[in-house]
Write a protein that binds this ligand. Structure first.
Ligand SMILES: Nc1ncnc2c1ncn2[C@@H]1O[C@H](COP(=O)(O)OP(=O)(O)OP(=O)(O)O)[C@@H](O)[C@H]1O
Ligand SMILES: [Mg+2]
Length: 236
């Protein structure tokens, strides 16, 4: 059984069709890239999977259970975590407190939530910021903080929305290393990314959206050689 199965999902905003009959799956332990030009519907798909939007139609199965239309907290409890395209850090809180907000979804004991948060800060290479305000961190570090915060909800699948955007090459390598460490823990990763040199080498599969429609799905090599994908990115 697939861990995540998106089946014929459509999402309309009035007359605008942001996702149209999109289907794809993610297996446990897989890294799947969701790519496509601006406005293709990638973030909308994340919002549907994580419960921020109810799809207009279609189903979203997590471990065989339909989570489409459930609110974000229920999706998080079911095992979906996500980061946001625009990092939402609580800048006046410390890095540890930021991660604790997520740990407390499952753990109401503050001391235990702090311990969980510290473990994920260490995992993300951010333990030196534990007691410092998140405002003191670089964009790259704040993105990893968002990843640590998402992981603290103990997801089965982590959705990352452009965590590599705007990073320099060595920061991209750090972000890639974190993704591989997450995968090695058995957590599936679904990654929206425009930084193709970050996602292509590590993805088991790439799904390509264009104007709301899935135009290709396959290995990074297959989609890079796909005529429809090349046209979508470069024009005719
Ligand atoms: N809440 C909303 N209300 C109305 N339209 C929306 C909403 N969210 C997204 N859209 C529209 O849906 C389409 C897909 O947007 P989406 O943000 O999913 O694209 P994207 O692939 O993530 O693009 P980008 O690469 O620029 O982040 C766009 O035309 C966008 O304007
Ligand atoms: Mg987006």
């Amino acid at each position: 059984m697939k861990l995540l199965e998106v089946k014929q999902v459509s999402k309309r905003f009035g007359g605008l069709v942001a996702n149209q009959d999109v289907s794809f799956g993610v297996d446990t332990g897989q890294v799947v890239g969701l790519i496509g030009p601006n406005g293709a519907g990638k973030t909308t798909m994340f919002n549907c999977v994580a419960g921020y939007f109810a799809p207009t139609s279609g189903s979203i199965l997590l471990g065989g259970r339909d989570i489409a239309g459930l609110p974000p907290e229920a999706c998080a409890r079911a095992g979906v975590a996500r980061t946001f395209q625009i990092a939402r850090t609580f800048t006046s809180m410390t890095a540890c407190e930021n991660v604790m907000t997520a740990a407390m979804l499952l753990q109401h004991n503050v001391a235990k939530a702090r311990k969980t948060a510290m473990d994920w800060l260490v995992f993300a290479g951010l333990e030196r910021f534990a007691d410092r305000p998140a405002a003191s961190m670089t964009i790259s570090e704040q993105r990893r903080l968002a990843v640590a915060r998402a992981l603290a909800t103990q997801p089965r699948i982590l959705l990352m929305d452009e965590v590599m955007a705007g990073l320099n090459p060595s920061e991209v390598r750090e972000a890639v290393d974190v993704v591989l460490k997450i995968r090695d823990k058995g957590i599936a990763c679904l990654i929206v990314e425009h930084v193709l040199e970050g996602i292509m080498p590590i993805a088991d599969k790439i799904v390509v959206l264009d104007r709301g429609v899935k135009i290709a799905e396959g290995t990074p090599q297959q989609v890079s050689n796909d005529a429809a994908v090349i046209t979508a990115y470069l024009g005719d």
